[in-house]
Every structure is written in C-alpha cells, then in structure tokens.
Design a protein around this ligand. Structure first.
Ligand code: WTA
Length: 640
C-alpha cells in the first residue's frame, strides 16, 4: 500500500439501540464496565474465561513472548474436547441435547452430550487402535453432518491434528491439502445431499488418496447409500471401523500450545496456507466470544449456517457452542432448496433462537422477496448474526425488519480464519450501526493505521491491524513459519496485519471497506470496494454488486461494476446510466462507475465471498474458465 489514506465516502449510519428487555437479560448486560476493565488489564479478561474451564495443569503465566512468536497459558495442560464434552457429563447437561441435525432429504439425528461422548469415544478408540495418535494429521472431507463434528472431536481428543477440507472442493484441492499436511488418515463419506442430488465425495476422495502415500487408512461414512469403490486394505466403512471399538477413550493430555487443527485458506494469491490453531488459547477465545457475542443461554437453540469446511464452522458450529454446553442446530443442503423457505421453515419447526448467517445469503433472500420469510413464524428468534463480508446497510435493515421483526439485536462479526475467533463486533446489548462491525471485542486492541503504523483520524481509511496478541490467534502456517512472519507481521511494524481496509468513526466503530488488495485508486482517491457496492445495492433494481478497478489512462483507475438485477428488472442503457448517476449522487462523483456489466451470477468462494480477483483477471483478458454456470450459491475452488 502507498502512504495515502483511503477515502471513506459512505454516510455514517445512526446507531440502533438494543431492546431494553434484551439488555436487562443479556449475558453481558453492562458492556461499558467490561470494556473499562478490559482496557485496564486486557489479559485479565482471558484469564477469567480460562478459569471457567477445566485444565489438567494450571498455567505459569497468561501470556509470554513477542510476536510473531508467543504463547498463551504456557505451562498449562488441557484438551479442548474435555471442555467441549467431558466436563458437561459431570453436570445436569449430561442428558441435554448437544446437536440436532436435519438432512436435506428430511433425515434427522440428535445427540445428547452423553451420546456425543459415546460416538466420539468409539471413533477415537478405533483411530488409536490403527496407530493414529498425538501429533498425527487427519484430513476430513465430508458434508455438514454430526459425523464431521464427531470426527473433529475424536481427532482432537487423541491429540491428532484435524484438517477439514470443504466437501465442495475438487480432488486436486483435496490431494494438495493431504500432501501438505502429510496426513495419516482420511475420513470421508460416500456423499452428501445438495439441492436434491447426491454430491459424490468418494470418487474425489479416491482420486486424491491414490496420490497420497502418507495415508494409512480411509474411513468412509455411509450417508447416502450410493455405490462407491472401496480400495482393499486402505478403505473401511465407518460402521465397520468402530464396530467393537471401546466406548471409553482416554483424553490425551495436551500442552496449551500444542496444535489442535490446521485449516487451509488460500487468501488472495498463491498456494493454500495451513492456518494452525492450538488447544489452549483457541479454546479460551472461542468459549468467551461465543458466550458474549451470541448471548448464549442454556435454553437456546443456536444455528450457525456455516459449512464446517470453513473456520466459522470450526469456531461457531463445533467448538465455541459445545464449550458452552449449548444445543447446536445443523442443516445439510442449500438455503434455497427445495424452495426459498428452507431456513424460515426450519426456524419455525425447531424454534431456533439464534441465527448466524452471511450477507450473501441475506441479499439473496432480499432479492427473492419477503413473502417467503413472512409465511413462517419466526418469533422464536432473539438474536441475529452475520459474518464473512461487509454487510451493506440495506441488507442489515432488511435482516432486522423482515427476519428479526425489529426485536433482535444483530451482531456483525468481523474475524478471519487466522484470528480463530471474533475480534470486532459490538456486543449485542450495545448500540449497533448498520454496515459497521462495531467496537473491538473487550481485550482486543484493533486499530486503523497508515503504512507507518500511525493511527488514522476518524473517517480516514487505512489498514486494519491488531496491536496486541489474543488467545485464539494463529500459531503459524503449517510447515512454513517464514511465510507466516512475512504475511502477517511485516506490513505494519509491530502489528498483526489483517489485509483488510477499514475506517473508524468518532465513536470508535469500525467499518470494514474490503480487502486491501481490492482497493481502487481513482485519480488519487483510494476507495474500498464496499462503499460503491453498498451504494449500488441500495438501489431497488440491484440485488448484488461487485466493483473492481479498471486501468484508465487519465485517472489511473476507474470503477467498473458487475451487477445482478433484482427479480423483474431488465438490463438497459437507461438503467445503466441511472445506476451510475445514483452512485455519483449518493456517495460522490469520484465513485461513479465508468461502466456497468449486467450479469446473472458472480464468482464466489466456498463461504460466499465475491471473488473480485477473478473479475479482475477476466477484465485483464485472462481465461478464468466458465463461471457463468455458477449459480449464486455455488462455489469456486479458491486456489484456481
Ligand atoms: C471478511 C471468516 C466485513 C474480511 C470468519 C476478512 C468481513 C475475511 C466480516 C476473512 C465482517 C469477515 N465484515 N468483512 N463482519 N467477516 N470478513 O478467513 O475481509 O473466511 O479478512 O474468515 O472476510 O475470511 P475468512
């Protein structure tokens, strides 16, 4: 980045107060007091949370070291699975429901904590019997299912390191990740249901496994009952694997800084990075953020719609909620299948209280109209969340009005695979500003700075950095510590560089403007993508928009917008002009798109993020393959 700050042009939104009765009953009902004490002693907040969990041996000190190398709770011994499962077995939660799952085809499974413990122990014992244990890597390649959670927990219980690979990834992507981790075992399934079809997982697993000599066994869960090819001596059905295994499995005693899992993320360029998290700090971070941000109570049914192949599925489907003894809901399948009512019907049917979703999905539902959600009783909802991309104020207000009926606080949570847990979000009892993630979580020191690390003034955009380490932060990039140092610790002196652009207002609320790599430079003005996209989506003809910078002789770059129209709208030059004028009117002439291309779809990552990188490559004349076949909810392999 050069030294100029970013221009921030979007109007600051009015704060929306949380309902009084919500505040009165909130887990954190006095956020100001929490913030004050965290400001005084940031480590105390994490230590207090750690003290609510069970450890086999206490820590010598809370934090030690200097970034990029540091440790949390050094000297302590623990196992995250002991806290996610075993400790609840000693309480009334033993027979509380831990997981409820609905398959796309109507299948249904539920597990109490005692039942979950039994399933995890069976798999853990079977893995141990195959000589797999502490420090070994296990790759998991499955659809959203309790068995994927069980496989993660069984791996962690025996001290193995799991690496979940999103079930929508190709054989090549899977192979690269197994090879990078030198995994000893692969756990997969015959398939998963998606939009009425069986997505076959085993053929890709076979193609990958054939090229991975480190694999000693491939365990296959039978989800769909489709015909699969099993390789003699290597492959075994899950039900055969656990048959006769012990229902008792000792929990491996781990050092707090021993690795828990690797999760590959490709970021914007290059080879996927194996982001490595550890037992102790990750446990404390996900435990506390889940409890405070989602206001989690024992009476709640909590649904995070994320696929478990990405970090949200790790931290906020599996670990964070189970550490809190919560009841977690999971669903297989797409949000728009068999119809646009899938989510709303599910909320009504199960009485879901907390919904954690993505801006992409919310915009898709907005586009198809509020008749769908309005057909169902959503009165059980009491808190809504969003993650993954900036949410534009219009989508925020729609989510608030149509889904939350104005009764539910919305937490806009900013974090990354690398951060392990939520770092920026106002707590639900605090005022929220649509379009802003809000204040940093207590104990987190976030800043918006220029290239030299000097804080930017309010309203001035810059790099989003974190000034002091937090417990759930990544330990390293698996097998490539230099790349870890280079990627996160060199851009801004002394700070963790998130790679995002952001702006802070006079109340300290942080609005994320997009990825730094996507920033446009129009005649010397540096603009984040979020603001122009947000202005476009505010127009009722527009359902979704993505903006990139295109080279221009005169201005350096000019904005180009890719627009998906709302249902019933037709593309025309008149509309194109109107939209360009609309952007100029609402946020300024400098942001007026030079051209608009109307498209049916936008290329997206597995987690629903728009891949502006692909749009830029296409604009530059590179062949990016046929993305026209991608529907709005489908995903491209990120490393392509
Ligand atoms: C973006 C997902 C704005 C951001 C948990 C970040 C967001 C990247 C938000 C990490 C949000 C995530 N507002 N932008 N609430 N949440 N992002 O690793 O650019 O899949 O750097 O982790 O998503 O994506 P990742």
């Amino acid at each position: 980045m050069d030294e100029t700050a970013l221009d921030s042009i979007l109007e600051v939104q009015e704060a929306v107060e949380a309902p009084d009765d919500f505040v009165a009953n909130a887990v954190v009902s006095n956020p100001a007091a929490q913030r004050a004490s965290a400001a005084e002693d940031p480590e105390a907040i994490w230590e207090a949370a750690a003290n609510e969990l069970e450890w086999f041996r206490p820590w010598d000190t809370v934090f030690e070291g200097d970034p990029p190398d540091f440790s949390w709770f050094p000297g302590a011994q623990c196992n995250i699975v002991y806290n996610a499962i075993e400790r609840h077995l000693l309480t009334w939660r033993r027979h509380k429901v831990a997981l409820i799952w609905e398959g796309e085809n109507g299948d249904h499974q539920a597990f109490t904590f005692a039942e979950l413990a039994r399933e995890v122990n069976l798999l853990a014992s079977a893995l141990r019997a195959r000589g797999i244990g502490k420090g070994d890597r296990i790759t998991l390649y499955m659809g959203v299912s309790p068995q994927l959670a069980i496989a993660m927990l069984a791996s962690a219980k025996i001290g193995a390191i799991h690496s979940v690979v999103f079930g929508g990834f190709s054989a090549d992507a899977l192979r690269d990740r197994i090879q990078d981790a030198k995994a000893k075992a692969l756990i997969t399934a015959d398939g998963a249901y998606y939009r009425g079809n069986v997505v076959p997982l085993k053929p890709a697993a076979n193609a990958a496994a054939d090229e991975c000599p480190t694999l000693e066994c491939v365990v296959v869960y039978q989800r769909c009952g489709v015909e699969v090819e099993m390789v003699d001596g290597r492959d075994i059905w899950w039900h055969d694997f656990v048959a006769g295994a012990s229902t008792e499995a000792g929990t491996e005693v781990m050092e707090a800084n021993d690795p828990l899992y690797i999760l590959y993320t490709s970021g914007t360029t290059g080879r996927p990075k194996g982001i490595q998290h550890r037992h102790g700090g990750y446990m404390v971070g996900t435990y506390l953020t889940t409890k405070w941000v989602f206001d989690l109570k024992d009476t709640d049914l909590y649904w995070c719609v994320a696929d478990m192949g990405w970090v949200t599925g790790h931290s906020y489907v599996v670990y964070g909620p189970l550490l809190n003894g919560a009841t977690v809901f999971m669903a297989e399948g797409a949000p728009d299948y068999p119809d646009m009512g899938r989510w709303w019907r599910t909320i009504e049917r199960y009485g879901i209280n907390i919904l954690y979703a993505t801006p992409t999905a919310i915009r898709m539902f907005m586009r198809t109209g509020e008749e769908w959600p309005n057909r169902f009783d959503l009165s059980s909802l009491r808190l809504l969340g969003t993650v993954g991309e900036p949410i534009n104020p219009e989508a925020w207000r729609w989510y608030d009005r149509v889904i939350g009926k104005g009764r539910c606080p919305i937490v806009d949570t900013w974090w990354q695979t690398e951060t392990g847990s939520i770092l920026i979000t106002s707590l639900p009892a605090e005022p929220q500003k649509p379009g802003s993630a809000g204040l940093p979580f207590p104990g987190i020191e976030a800043d918006v700075v220029d290239k030299q690390g000097n804080p930017c003034a309010p309203g001035e955009g810059g790099w989003l950095v974190i000034r002091r380490p937090w417990p759930s932060m990544l330990a390293t990039i698996y097998g490539d510590h230099d790349r870890y140092v280079e990627t996160y610790w060199t851009a801004v002196p002394g700070c963790y560089a998130s790679g995002d652009a952001a702006v802070r207002d006079t109340d300290g609320y942080i609005r994320v403007l997009g990825r730094m790599d996507d920033v446009l430079n129009v005649a010397g003005h540096r603009l984040g993508t979020m603001e122009i996209e947000s202005a476009l989506v505010a127009h009722n003809a527009v359902a979704e928009a993505a903006v990139i910078g295109v080279a221009d002789d005169l201005k350096g770059q000019v904005p180009k917008a890719f627009v998906i129209l709302s249902a019933g709208m037709n593309a025309s030059d008149t509309l194109s002009n109107e939209l360009r004028d609309h952007v100029a009117r609402t946020i300024g002439k400098i942001a007026r798109p030079d051209s608009i291309e109307f498209v049916e779809t936008l290329p997206k990552t597995r987690s629903g993020k728009i891949m502006r990188r692909l749009l830029k490559a296409k604009e530059a004349g590179q062949d990016i393959g046929d993305t026209s076949t991608l529907d709005p909810m489908s995903f491209a392999d990120e490393e392509e």
